[in-house]
Design a protein around this ligand. Sequence first.
Ligand SMILES: Cc1cc2nc3c(=O)[nH]c(=O)nc-3n(C[C@H](O)[C@H](O)[C@H](O)COP(=O)(O)OP(=O)(O)OC[C@H]3O[C@@H](n4cnc5c(N)ncnc54)[C@H](O)[C@@H]3O)c2cc1C
Length: 637
Amino acid sequence: MQFHLNGYHAGNPDIAIADEGWRDPSGELPQTVDVLIAGCGPAGLCLAAQLSRIASIRTMIVEPKLGPITKGQADGLNVRSMEMLQAFGYGEKLKREAVWVNETTFWTPDPANTSNIRRVGRVQDVAEGLSEMPHVLISQARVHDVYLEIMRNSPTRLQPDYGLEVVDVEVDDHPDFPVKATLRRTDPEREGKLEMIRAAYVVGCDGARSNVRKAIGGSLHGDAAHQAWGVIDLLAVTNFPDIRMKSLIQSENSGTVFVLPREGGYLFRLYVELDRLGEGERASDRGFGAEDTIAKANHILHPYSVEAKDVVWSSVYEIGHRLTDRFDDVPEAEVGTRNPRVILAGDACHTHSPKAGQGMNVSMGDTFNLGWKLIYVLTGRASPELLHSYTEERRGAAQALIDFDHKWSRIVGTKSEYEGEEGMPEFQRAFIANGEFTAGLSVCYEPSELIGSAKWQELAKGFPVGKRFHSAPVIRLADAKPMHIGHAFEADNRWRILAFAPQGDHGQTGGAIEKLSAFLERAPQSPVLRHTFAAEDIDAVIDFRAVFQQGFRTLEYAQMPSLLRPSKGRLGLHDYEKVFCADHAAGQDIFDMREIDRTAGCLIVIRPDQHVARVLPLDAVDELSAFFEAFLKPQER
Ligand SMILES: Cc1cc2nc3c(=O)[nH]c(=O)nc-3n(C[C@H](O)[C@H](O)[C@H](O)COP(=O)(O)OP(=O)(O)OC[C@H]3O[C@@H](n4cnc5c(N)ncnc54)[C@H](O)[C@@H]3O)c2cc1C
């Protein structure tokens, strides 16, 4: 974390200096905003947190509830979401507060007495080496709190407007604010009162029954699964031995229970398969309550039992796997002629079962993809065509989620009699096989303007183009700090060029790193110079860093090329955090771990949402410039 760049400021460095002039939600509604977000779920809040950090963007987020939720809904943060939250500065806080899912256990009926269950398997929940971050469980409400804190601490001090719902949106030809939104008050004093507001963009994060989706003519398509599930957060006394492990339990004929330990050491959640539903029947029609969920859980867990002491939250629902036919307001036939103004994210686009724990994760993944793109368009760095890439990229991720959910629901719903050659039940084998997906790490964006080809993939096989950048340990040269290189990349909307030095290169004049650095710093066609405003720091848009193969004691920071120790800010201070060395502790060398060509070295281009956009040779400067030129506007310097 870096601070004091523009002068010393006492106090908590997480709280940014407030910007003048934006609004207090208790006052009048504005007539116009740059971005109106519908819905304070994980999708809406993750977007609002990113936008709130940009003082020039006027963002408003509305929510029909009268305040933040305090319990219930989703609770799984997969490792990818934890990596993302680390980039927002909340990795350590969540690691401390949440429960870590280290081990998953599998239970099936005991053949000696099929009314009893017995443990048949256990596996490490996240396979070794997938990520440095853990898979954790924590109330969705606490994840909301993280984003609300980021917003409160941001220069815009953004707060939600509670008690307002989006009823309708219409796009017209207004030159600056073409989306006319109709809002309705939901607070008791003004209930039903309509308000109008104009926005440059509206993002519908308003959940599965999205009004924004309806307003742009979209609908969800797919299956309604005819199965009622009960979910319950409990403080309870139990003799079930794996209550602090994630456990998947199949009964002989009564369905399935999932046990999820929760934050704090005592709380846990049960997902319990209740009854089959008839055609057109909703779970709510049956009038199931918490006591039905507990009774069924006790039946399935036999010979173990759960004695509830405090039901913290419970809900009953049926599972559908559904995908929207529209991610934005531009029909496919018009993609070449107009750009999105109304965009959907999260459950407004895809609904699926909570069995695989993806609800919050995929929704936040949507708006982590969208946030930087909206910021680039609204701050004049990119043209609005960039927004089409959101739909292209996230439709694929949503489809993969629905396909996985179908497959996983079938596996979980089928009795695991087959124990296979590995001697483990079918659902355990499927769990292991799908580990990368459930960790959130299988998303791989297709080649496009924002994702290059895999032509040079051989130079760094461990950084697959299109996938998220997989962090590894390094030592920071200037202060010999052992750290994860990925943790140097904050959620600050910047692109990164990360250069891996070839063998023997120590930053000397004429070496590959120095030549690349000189090009980026001085050549007229340098993407760093072409796409950064004159008044900005040299790394405001594209942040150049390097990793060397030598140990940190053999390199001299002062001899590094000047772009790797740039002068920045009002005072022209040096940035000391751009140069890293391989960590030579056993098994920690990033060059080995990520299969980087030691002879040639290479450069990796990383997007603001941490996906690898390109792997290139260190001297491929023309390709590098052309890549950025395709979607970033040239700026006056
Ligand atoms: C009651 C409930 C229980 C759930 N239980 C589980 C669970 O047990 N396990 C699990 O994994 N997942 C669960 N989920 C799903 C999980 O919470 C979602 O997948 C995840 O929250 C999706 O995030 P989102 O931001 O897209 O949508 P949501 O979290 O649904 O957030 C949408 C927000 O938009 C607001 N909103 C609705 N209409 C409007 C409007 N017209 N204008 C403005 N705002 C509007 C809503 O009040 C809500 O705050 C549950 C969801 C709900 C709603």
